[in-house]
Design a protein around this ligand. Structure first.
Ligand SMILES: [Fe+2]
Ligand SMILES: [Fe+2]
Length: 467
């Protein structure tokens, strides 16, 4: 019993007269009668047992009735100790119809337990049980309403929870499964054993089922005092998503193969597929870059992305502009970086790009030579490739004026493709007459801006990204 429930006992001597007892009993249910110097009462005066009629009061007062004459003798009073359970105390209160019971510890009266303390304690316990029940009910409603299947198993693999979605996904009733041993439905070894052993969760584990479906499963350990007491598995059917992903991959492969057919020959394809591009982080103070990812077929992806940008611009009407030729641009895109010689880097390597990368004009010149001498491309294509890294002020005097709009467009497409290939940029394009509007979102602050390029005048206007 919690000693917080106890009251300090009200103690009177055996010869305390009724006139002194009445004020005490007006506030307390019981006064314990203790002989002077004693540690154990000889009896107790219970308010409930006194006939508080006016006649009794005046007679007892006149008579000078004392506590020992009014008390119930100790032998007739049940007592408790601090170890007595509340339930046993309640039973005694029920049997004896008393409002307060003495509590004895080591041969001493240490307190008095009032019935109302027990009622308060019981009410609290009941209300917390109610709360617990409510909480459990709420948890159960949540468990049953989620669309993910949920199975909770204990450390002996016995199923303790099995929600509605699990019933639907696995085709078995919770009533059949609860309390039984879990069976592994995946074709692969279940990570449940690993999670049980390590206490570390596993998320999004792809589990092919024997019936051909694919589930994505999370395994989360239930820790009790630092030990794994079971595992919660939540799962959903991702068969449809996986089929769609496979279809997308296969159509991307088909597109890839179709694009490869447009290349002049397999040597061009091989060169592009073996020219790496790098993702990097840039240190503005030193100018150094640190390689974060190697895109082994970066040259190929760059060309594909450039053609996609061109296709987008074509849809938006860019080809209706005088001086813009689709064929010349497609050929320029395919060949423009073919002469590129890339250094070999590994992830984590920090380099000074000015030392390591060849100056861009060099590969532009080499690419132009390859396109001219091995593939006999048009002069316009050669001009464009040769100068795709030139500023307009660096162009030779004999650069044909009529090619300037296409050079501007090629340079724009080249930059946008690099952003798509190497920096995961998001790009939106609009065409309005001779102007191309570019809305670019880029993690690199230098490129995270929008701009409008006038292909005829060469004027470029930059502005901050619109939200
Ligand atoms: Fe280039
Ligand atoms: Fe390029």
């Amino acid at each position: 019993m919690n000693s917080l429930y106890l009251l300090e006992p009200e103690v009177v001597s055996p010869d305390t007269e009724i006139t002194a007892l009445i004020p005490i009993l007006s506030e307390r249910e019981v006064a314990y009668v203790m002989p002077p110097g004693g540690s154990m009462p000889i009896g107790a005066v219970y308010k409930a047992f006194l006939p508080f009629t006016p006649g009794f009061r005046s007679e007892a007062t006149n008579h000078g009735t004392k506590a020992e004459e009014l008390m119930t003798p100790w032998e007739d009073i049940p007592f408790l100790n601090l170890e007595t359970h509340l339930h046993d105390a309640i039973r005694i209160f029920q049997d004896r119809d008393l409002q307060e019971l003495p509590v004895i510890e080591n041969g001493r009266l240490v307190g008095s337990l009032p019935l109302r303390s027990i009622l308060t304690a019981m009410t609290k316990a009941l209300s917390s049980m109610e709360n617990q029940e409510k909480h459990e009910k709420r948890s159960s409603v949540i468990l049953q309403s989620i669309n993910e299947g949920l199975i909770m198993i204990d450390k002996d693999l016995i199923i303790r929870e099995y929600n509605r979605a699990a019933e639907e996904l696995l085709g078995a009733k919770a009533s059949e499964r609860l309390g039984s041993r879990a069976v592994v439905v995946s074709r692969d070894e279940s990570p449940v054993f690993e999670v049980m052993k390590t206490g570390k969760p596993r998320f999004n584990v792809m589990s092919p089922l024997a019936d051909g479906r694919i589930f994505s499963v999370n395994y989360v350990p239930m820790l009790e005092n630092g030990k794994v007491g079971g595992v919660i598995q939540t799962f959903r059917d991702i068969t449809g998503q996986e089929e769609m992903r496979a279809q997308l991959l296969s159509s991307r492969d088909e597109l890839d193969r179709a694009f490869a057919l447009t290349l002049p020959n397999s040597r061009v394809e091989h060169k592009l597929k073996n020219t790496p591009e790098y993702r990097d982080s840039h240190d503005p103070d030193s100018g150094d870059i640190t390689i974060t990812e190697v895109i082994t077929d970066g040259g190929y992806k760059h060309v594909v992305n450039a053609l996609k940008v061109l296709a987008d611009l074509n849809n938006k009407g860019i080809m209706s502009l005088l001086g813009i030729s689709k064929d010349v641009l497609v050929q320029s895109i395919i060949f423009h970086d073919l002469g590129k010689s890339q250094p070999q880097f590994e992830i984590g390597q920090t380099v000074d790009p000015l030392d390591e990368f060849e100056e861009s004009h060099a590969h532009a010149l080499r690419s132009a030579d390859i396109a001219a001498h091995f593939y006999n491309r048009d002069d316009d294509v050669i001009w464009l490739i040769k100068h795709h890294h030139h500023d307009e002020t660096q162009l030779p005097c004999d650069f044909p004026n009529h090619l300037k709009p296409m050079l501007r467009l090629l340079k724009l497409i080249d930059g946008l493709s690099a952003a798509l290939t190497r920096r995961d940029a998001t790009i939106r394009l609009d065409v309005d007459g001779t102007r191309v509007y570019v809305y670019e979102r880029n993690v690199h602050p230098d490129f995270n801006k929008s701009r409008v390029v006038d292909l005829f005048t060469g004027e470029i206007l930059e502005y901050l990204p619109t939200p």
